[in-house]
Write a protein that binds this ligand. Sequence first.
Ligand SMILES: Nc1ncnc2c1ncn2[C@@H]1O[C@H](COP(=O)(O)OP(=O)(O)OP(=O)(O)O)[C@@H](O)[C@H]1O
Ligand SMILES: [Mg+2]
Length: 361
Amino acid sequence: MEQIMAKIDLSNISHSYNPNDANPTYALNPFSMTWENGKRYAILGPSGCGKTTMLNIVSGLVRPSKGKILFDEKDVTNLITEERNIAQVFQFPVIYSTMTVYDNLAFPLKCRNFSKEKIDERVKSVSDTLRLSSFLNLPARKLTADQKQLISLGRGLVREDVAGVLMDEPLTVIDPDLKFRLRRNLKEINEQYKTTLVYVTHDQNEAMTFADNIIVMDQGEIVQVGLPKDLFERPKTTFVGYFIGSPAMNIFESEVSSEYSVKINNIEIKTNSNLSKLKDKNVKLGIRSEFINVAEKEGENTIKASLTRVEDFGNFKLLTANMENFIIKSKVDRELPISIGDINLYIPPEKCCVYENEKLI
Ligand SMILES: Nc1ncnc2c1ncn2[C@@H]1O[C@H](COP(=O)(O)OP(=O)(O)OP(=O)(O)O)[C@@H](O)[C@H]1O
Ligand SMILES: [Mg+2]
């Protein structure tokens, strides 16, 4: 089967659903991005941030107000979905309920006149992967909601000749165990067939376990594109710090006090960021709870706080401490002996992220 997978470019794209209003609102603010051939992407962000809009612009269901979509440098902005060689899987099953499972899976191939042998081979392969083999002769309506969504997914995956498979929260209706297995299957499919997969979700764990590139969106903006490690260690905005990780990143209002230091209340905290241009400015200091340790005594970069809560999660303890108006969360080894009361917390300078106007310096 011919492989026509492609590099996908979104070039200066922006979109408004009400462009002719006196004050149009933008579901997507101008951005450019490239999806490399054969990679796995997750689009992650809260409800309403523009994930589906972005996906629909690539598949052709929505025409962008501005900008171009290119598949391997070819401008497809004016092409309809059917002409784009894209497979799309939606949140809820889209299937023909009176057709058999086999015919549902075969449909995208039949429409493109593949040989009976080829169709057989692909339907068998996809139905094995999705554990639908024993249902192939049943009408689709006889299957459970889970299985119907698997058929939908199968219809998206059955063609090998697509530029990409776009999935919009495809596993929402599927139970957690099966979800886990399916994400692994999708990864295998991607590794085997080198199909570009784009997966929309608002669940960070789903994004992290599925993708090698995560696109984080907030209110129509792409705020960061990166590996799970980048999003965890160097969130580019305070939003990413809050949104990724559990608990959210600790973020403290502070003031630049010297070239590399900030003050939280009256405590001087050294960072590795050069802040010489920001003298006396208000900034925010971000630090992950995973990087805050308990110190034996007061010293450089320690914060004296009052430990108010210790939660044992089995594999770690989560400490909640107060320092005047601030709450500090720290994840520590579960074996660490600890009791409620005064505590010194060490803030490693190399793990500090400094934000000016919510953006990483
Ligand atoms: N057909 C439409 N007409 C008008 N406004 C729309 C339309 N579709 C989406 N919007 C608006 O555009 C913005 C982005 O919506 P979109 O559906 O892309 O978000 P999303 O990230 O997919 O959200 P969710 O996680 O809830 O699916 C929202 O403010 C939404 O209300
Ligand atoms: Mg959506």
